[in-house]
Design a protein around this ligand. Structure first.
Ligand code: GRF
Length: 202
């Protein structure tokens, strides 16, 4: 690992296709972040197998083993500290982190959300976009703050909503854009951090 690369952990709960896109991008030694750890909160997270097969260290921190969000976040922090992680990407991570944890990582934790924020925060974004009859939908990479899906947007991608779209067809088109922009947004965020400038484009 090049000393100049920012050591990054990806936190997942399931499939992990965005994590995979980040790993593929970071295979380029010029990419400014290295994916050094994948943490899942569920033992059945399919992305764990991909990470292990690619020689990436993995950790399982099962939320159901902890009595409180604080205890779960402390266990997460212990893993991050012991692996000397400098930056966190949430990628389909289905746990709300405590305000204290988020504050400790302010500016160094980002998330991908399948909507054009600030529209459609929360779950079921594709079905809600279709129900609202929007002409455009998409995805956003944003800084993580204490408010759900509220942090500053770093990058977005748009897709046209088609007349015959179902939540599944729309989700598939948005997911392709997620895989394209998450590595770009991670690179932008870590470069901005290194230069001391804000990474959000407003
Ligand atoms: C993605 O659509 C992401 O935007 C959302 O959950 C999904 C996770 O997919 N937060 P994957 O695990 O990255 O394949």
């Amino acid at each position: 690992m090049s000393a100049a690369r920012v050591s990054t952990a990806v936190l997942i709960s399931g499939r992990g296709s965005n994590m995979q896109a980040l790993v593929e991008a970071a295979a380029d030694p010029h990419f400014p972040a290295s994916i050094d750890l994948v943490i899942a909160n569920r033992p059945d997270a399919a992305g764990l197998a991909y990470a292990q097969a690619h020689g990436i260290r993995t950790a399982l921190v099962e939320h159901r083993n902890f009595a409180s969000r604080e205890a779960f976040d402390a266990a997460l922090q212990a893993q991050l500290s012991s692996h000397h992680v400098e930056f966190i990407c949430l990628a389909g991570f289905m746990r709300v982190l405590t305000a204290d944890f988020v504050a400790a990582w302010a500016g160094r934790i980002i998330n991908i959300h399948p909507s054009l924020l600030p529209d459609f925060k929360g779950l079921d974004t594709h079905a809600r976009a279709l129900a609202a009859k929007v002409g455009e939908h998409g995805c956003s990479v944003h800084h993580v703050t204490a408010g759900l899906d509220e942090g500053e947007v770093i990058m977005q991608a748009r897709v046209a909503v088609l007349a015959d779209d179902t939540p599944a067809t729309l989700a598939a088109r948005v997911l392709r854009e997620e895989h394209r922009i998450y590595p770009l947004a991670l690179a932008k965020a870590v470069r901005a951090l290194a230069s001391g400038a804000p990474s959000a484009s407003g």
